[in-house]
Design a protein around this ligand. Structure first.
Ligand SMILES: NC(=O)c1ccc[n+]([C@@H]2O[C@H](COP(=O)([O-])OP(=O)(O)OC[C@H]3O[C@@H](n4cnc5c(N)ncnc54)[C@H](O)[C@@H]3O)[C@@H](O)[C@H]2O)c1
Length: 263
């Protein structure tokens, strides 16, 4: 997600500093950007070399007008990054998170600039999907919200504003759907292909819930269900045991070569 976000921001003419704590991850991200930009250039997109020239790999947080954090979906890891960013980015900078479910209000509270903390939730694949869910923490100012909605428009995206409730809008609706598909599979209602075919041909979804879960990452799906379960307190949001088992087995989806399907 970090690479995709860096790509669309750089394609809009802005300079981007890209950091990942794992050696080689930024290079893999840049290689993926190059492949995506080459495809987009065939359809009239910007010159890949020009876009990539605006992306600078960096080692750690650096001063900037905006941070868009897209690390692993773990509240503790994200909180530590927001605390550190508060000390490194200029006081007027906005600190945004691409989190799918972690409360923006708690990230804002970890900083000395809670009015300038916001959720900027992109969708996968970032260069293709038009939506950015903009999530206002309790503390987020109108100015910050307006700036991020305008930025989303500048990136060629459409913003949908949400308040900071568990799962926001998108995952409150999507994840229970994915979770229910996993339950149907676990109960032997149908094979994965049949479940996904129902959603594709019956509901006109571009991909079925199990293929989508593999794309999102089954670990991320479990984390989001846990946030819904804990935050809303309703047992209907408990992660499906089959999802948990696949995660325990290291079947995280496309990123590990196996999830509900083999890649
Ligand atoms: N995958 C999706 O479809 C999707 C969609 C929307 C939002 N998101 C959100 O985006 C975020 C990232 O998701 P992803 O699927 O790209 O995950 P991922 O596991 O593929 O990538 C996360 C990256 O963060 C890096 N990282 C972890 N801790 C770090 C730290 N302390 N400092 C710097 N880098 C660190 C990891 O090395 C890894 O490369 C999550 O919050 C997720 O909920 C994901």
């Amino acid at each position: 997600m970090g690479g995709g976000i860096a790509q669309v921001v750089a394609a809009s003419g802005r300079r981007v500093s890209l950091h990942d704590e794992v050696p080689g991850a930024v290079e893999r991200g840049v290689a993926a950007m190059e492949r995506s930009l080459t495809k987009l250039a065939e359809k009239g997109g910007p010159d890949p070399a020009e876009v990539l020239e605006r992306v600078t790999p960096v080692d750690g947080l650096v001063p900037a007008d905006l941070m868009i954090e897209a690390v692993v979906e773990d509240a503790g890891v994200k909180k530590a990054i927001f605390q550190a960013a508060d000390g490194i980015l200029p006081a007027e900078a906005i600190l945004a998170s691409n989190t799918s479910s972690i409360p923006i209000t708690t990230l804002a509270a970890a900083t000395g600039r809670p009015d300038r903390v916001i959720g900027m939730h992109f969708f996968n694949p970032v260069p293709v999907l038009k939506l950015v869910e903009v999530i206002r923490a309790v503390q987020t100012s109108d100015e910050t919200t307006t700036a991020i909605v305008e930025l989303a428009g500048d990136l060629g995206k459409v913003a949908a504003e949400a308040r900071d409730f568990p799962g926001f809008i998108s995952n409150r609706i999507l994840m229970p759907f994915v979770n229910e598909a996993a339950h149907a599979l676990m109960e032997g209602v149908a094979e994965p292909e049949a479940i996904d075919t129902i959603a594709k041909l019956g509901f006109a979804h571009p991909m079925g819930p199990l293929a989508l879960a593999d794309l999102i990452g089954l670990d991320t799906c479990v984390s989001i269900m846990e946030v819904l379960h804990e935050g809303l307190g309703d047992p209907k949001y408990a992660p499906c045991p089959l999802l948990r088992q696949y995660v325990q087995a290291g079947r995280l989806g496309r990123k590990t070569g196996r999830g509900f399907y083999k890649y």
